[in-house]
Write a protein that binds this ligand. Structure first.
Ligand code: UD1
Ligand code: CA
Length: 436
């Protein structure tokens, strides 16, 4: 089936109270608009158009896929006006159907859209509303109204009379709709703006289609998938739903979590089999965890690859482009930044390793610090394989310690060290009798 998709994203988002345009706020550390684009692209549309506003200039670099055509809606005059703006630019008249998605409705699933499209085709509809049934009537969605079981109109909450709200079935508009493109193009011009907001409502097309004898229907979707985000409360709720989905996804994949409700994932988190995650662990963006890894409580990971048979934490922070080799142990209160930790390494307690390469099987003692910043630049520390770095050591970068070397506890190392060296600073322990 040939499909054109229009993503509406130009809305003011004024209820967010934020200087960031609404659809660039994140769910699972990924912008809402990217969630919607990912689903849209997976539907393999002929054309994918996104309606944005002028305020997006500083943000559109985040929209990278060349297949996404951006159209600017200079005056935001409502959802129908936004669709019209897209239709004027996207040459879609020969594409059979048009799917409208919202940039602020990031939880929708591909399967649901596919089922709605199937329903639309099977029933030869001209318009299909992706509808939902909120659990209570306390919401601001547009509601669907019926006569003899036919869908006749959608009324926005703000426009509803008291009698209408009493007769309400509480079947609501998710905003997402499927249209026969030709009919959409023909009838969208009939939408007016005689309403409280003086906006052109896309929802008015339902009554217009009814009036002209076209076939409008609805497909009932899961409420959680259709929840729109208009304010920070709704954004945090969307994040909660997203986290629950991810937790279930990983539990089903065989990841063990004692208390999943305390583990947070990003949209791009990848975890392989036989991984155990203790309570209170945070996966920021860009984390890949390979098989057979134990992540202990209060660990924070970001932009990190963890290879097989690794133990991390509790209380470890690993970030900014780190690769942890297989059979490594990273212990409590260890921070690792922008470093390559080769296999078999142990950094067991209270260390900071930044801008470093630590060779195979090397052991970093408690409280060892790479002094990577000289006030201006970040400098690199390289430690070869099979070294033993004693406790409480300051490694002043740039620095290279070659393989098989031993650094005595408490040493300040500020010169490169040849291989097979034993290094320590000679300062005598002085003992005197205390004066009474
Ligand atoms: C809209 C629907 C409502 C539905 C609800 C679901 C209309 C008139 N109302 O209301 O029936 O229950 O969504 O969440 O359609 N947008 C533009 N340009 C504009 C205005 C909006 O691109 O001029 C975009 C927004 O960025 C957003 C979407 O359209 O992604 C919906 O706009 P919003 O103002 O949030 O509509 P709601 O009041 O939530
Ligand atoms: Ca909305």
């Amino acid at each position: 089936m040939s499909l054109s998709i229009i993503v509406l994203a130009a809305g003011k988002g004024s209820r967010m109270n934020s200087s960031i345009p609404k659809v660039f706020h994140e769910v699972g550390n990924k912008e809402m608009i990217s969630h919607v684009h990912e689903i849209a692209l997976s539907m393999n549309p002929k054309i994918l158009t996104t309606v944005i506003s002028d305020e997006f200039k500083n943000f559109i670099y985040n929209i990278k896929n060349k297949k996404i055509k951006l159209v600017t809606q200079h005056n935001r005059n409502g959802t129908a006006h936004a669709v019209k703006t897209a239709l004027k630019k996207n040459n879609s008249s020969n594409i059979k159907n048009t799917l409208i998605l919202y940039g602020d409705t990031p939880l929708i699933q591909k399967k649901t859209i596919e089922n709605a499209i199937k329903y639309f085709i099977k029933n030869s509809l001209d318009l299909c509303v992706l509808a939902m049934k909120p659990k209570s009537s306390d919401h601001a969605y547009g509601r669907l109204f019926f006569q003899n079981k036919s869908l006749v109109k959608i009324i926005e909450k703000a426009e509803m009379t008291k009698t209408q709200s009493e007769n309400d079935l509480n079947i609501c508009n998710s905003g997402m709709m499927i249209f026969n493109t030709k009919k959409l193009l023909k009838y969208i011009n009939k939408v007016g703006n005689l309403n409280k907001k003086k906006e052109f409502y896309l929802t008015d097309l339902v009554s217009i289609f009814y009036k002209y004898g076209l076939k409008a229907g609805y497909y009932l979707c899961d409420y959680e998938e259709c929840k729109g985000v208009n304010n920070m409360q709704e954004l945090s709720r969307a994040n909660k739903i997203f986290q629950n989905r991810k937790r279930n996804f990983f539990l089903n994949k065989g990841i063990f979590m004692e208390d999943p409700s305390t583990v947070f994932f990003s949209a791009d988190t990848r975890i392989e089999k036989n991984v155990k995650i203790q309570p209170n662990v945070y996966f920021g963006v860009g984390v890949i965890v390979k098989e057979n890894v134990l992540i202990k409580s209060f660990t924070h990971l970001e932009n990190t690859i963890v290879n097989r048979n690794v133990m991390i934490g509790p209380f470890s922070r690993i970030r900014d482009n780190v690769e942890i080799g297989s059979n490594v142990k990273i212990g409590n209160f260890v921070e690792i930044k922008k470093s390559d930790i080769k296999s078999g390494v142990k950094v067991s307690h209270l260390s900071y390793i930044g801008d470093a390469l630590i060779g195979k099987e090397t052991n970093i003692g408690a409280g060892s610090i790479t002094c990577n910043f000289d006030g201006k630049n970040k400098n690199k520390t390289t430690i070869g394989a099979n070294c033993l770095v004693g406790s409480n050591t300051s490694l002043i970068a740039p620095l290279e310690i070659k393989k098989n070397s031993v650094i005595g506890a408490g040493t300040i190392v500020n010169k490169d060290i040849k291989e097979n060296s034993l290094i320590y600073r000679k300062s005598e322990l002085v003992r005197k009798e205390k004066k009474k």
